[in-house]
Design a protein around this ligand. Structure first.
Ligand code: NAD
Length: 373
């Protein structure tokens, strides 16, 4: 069995999630490739120190060029503020390494296009992060849509809601400022998660009308002062897609201030004959609509069945670390040519398409009109 050696640039919230996923790779049952965390880079010593407890990590550095020069790294995962994506992703490709990029794949459309072009010309294997579609409920929704039987598609609603920003005393961080998060704001933070499944099902918006909100314009800076928060907090994107010759409304919602929602990723796909609903709010529950003599919404407890088999009992509940591991399995399997028709990570083309949508949404909101894509 071959081993893929992984390096992390950015050992913050997500860098540690990757260490967690790789640290329990053995959970994947009969997976054809081994994966191992070998190197970590972060500017901050305290962040670097956390990784010292992981026995496979051979290199810990504050300089990403040192990590990229290491012969013990095949794939690099980069999880840093959005203003650094383009530079670091291009450095990874220049160093001849494969890349699992964090969303939003560059701070704006121009950066995303540059990264996608470099990915293509380098010939390296590049994908972007979006883990929720690997949950059993999301996979079941995709399967049912692909099998047909929903009748005429009525509407699609794909949304990702957070709520901690409801608290005005929550300190600002780089995600609340345009210079580090990007002018697209919450769309850059949460948008990739909402578009992955619709895009993969072939539903690419041809027009968007956007409603964007900035809710708290300043927050504590965590050092006794206040900091300006100039990013969009909530975004509603009303779009249309062509499906079987008809225009179908697809609504994407990204919210940092959604009362009661800690990290709720949800999708609803409704047709005249059938429909599906899944939300991480009820992680085992999958809803199916059937129109018969009587109309019914049926509730199914799905259990633990990701695209990549694991040793976890089939009746157990899946959670965030599980879909994150499944996403990594998809990346490693596809890189090895072993995806075998299963759901794959976001491609560079899909990431660029997401930026095209978000940029059109900025224009739509500014001019209060629908913008063609
Ligand atoms: N997939 C998801 O569910 C998910 C969730 C949260 C964040 N993200 C994405 O992950 C990325 C990082 O977000 P986060 O929440 O982990 O941020 P974070 O602030 O927790 O971590 C970022 C880390 O990058 C380090 N860093 C900054 N500049 C660096 C450099 N030049 N070299 C090395 N390290 C550097 C910082 O010291 C910090 O430890 C962003 O793109 C964000 O949108 C994805």
């Amino acid at each position: 069995m071959s081993t893929v050696r992984i390096g992390i640039i950015g050992g913050g919230l997500m860098g540690r999630e990757v260490a967690s996923a790789l640290g329990r790779w053995f959970v994947l049952d009969s997976f054809p490739v081994r994966a191992e965390l070998t190197a970590v880079c972060d500017l901050v010593e305290k962040q670097r120190d956390w990784f010292r407890q992981i026995p496979t990590v051979k290199l810990i550095t504050a300089d990403h060029r040192e990590l990229l020069a290491s012969p013990d790294v095949d794939v690099v995962y980069v999880a840093v503020p959005h203003n650094l994506h383009e530079k670091l992703y291009l450095d990874v490709l220049d160093a001849g390494k494969d890349l699992l990029a964090e969303k939003p794949f560059g701070i704006d459309l121009k950066a995303a296009r540059n990264i996608a072009a470099a990915a293509k010309s380098s010939g390296r294997f590049v994908r972007c992060s979006s883990e929720f579609p690997f949950l059993p409920g999301a996979q079941r929704a995709v399967q049912i849509v692909r099998e047909g039987g929903l009748g005429k598609l009525l509407e699609v609603h794909s949304y990702f809601h957070h709520s901690s920003d409801l608290d005005p005393t929550k300190p600002a961080n780089w995600k609340r400022q345009v210079k580090t998060c990007g002018a697209i704001g919450v769309m850059g933070d949460l948008g990739m998660h909402t578009v992955h499944v619709p895009f993969r099902l072939g539903w690419k918006p041809k027009r968007v009308y956007a409603q964007l909100q900035k809710i708290y314009l300043e927050r504590p800076d965590g050092k006794g002062g206040t900091a300006v928060c100039d990013t969009w907090d909530n975004a509603l994107l009303h779009t249309e897609v062509d499906v079987d010759g008809a225009e179908v409304p697809v609504r994407f919602e990204m919210k940092r201030l959604a009362p009661g929602e800690t990290n709720s990723w949800s999708i609803e796909i409704l047709g005249t004959d059938g429909g599906v609903k899944f939300s991480t709010k009820e992680p085992k529950t999958f809803w199916t609509f059937k129109r018969g003599k009587e109309q019914q919404w049926q509730r199914t407890d799905l259990g633990f069945h990701g695209p990549f088999p694991t040793i976890t009992g089939g009746i157990f509940e899946p959670g965030f670390p599980d879909c994150f591991l499944q996403m990594w399995a998809a990346y490693v399997a596809e890189r090895a040519g072993k995806l075998d028709g299963r759901f794959g990570c976001v491609t560079p083309e899909e990431a660029v398409a997401s930026h095209e949508l978000f940029e059109a949404a900025l224009l739509s909101h500014a001019e209060k009109r629908a913008v063609a894509l």
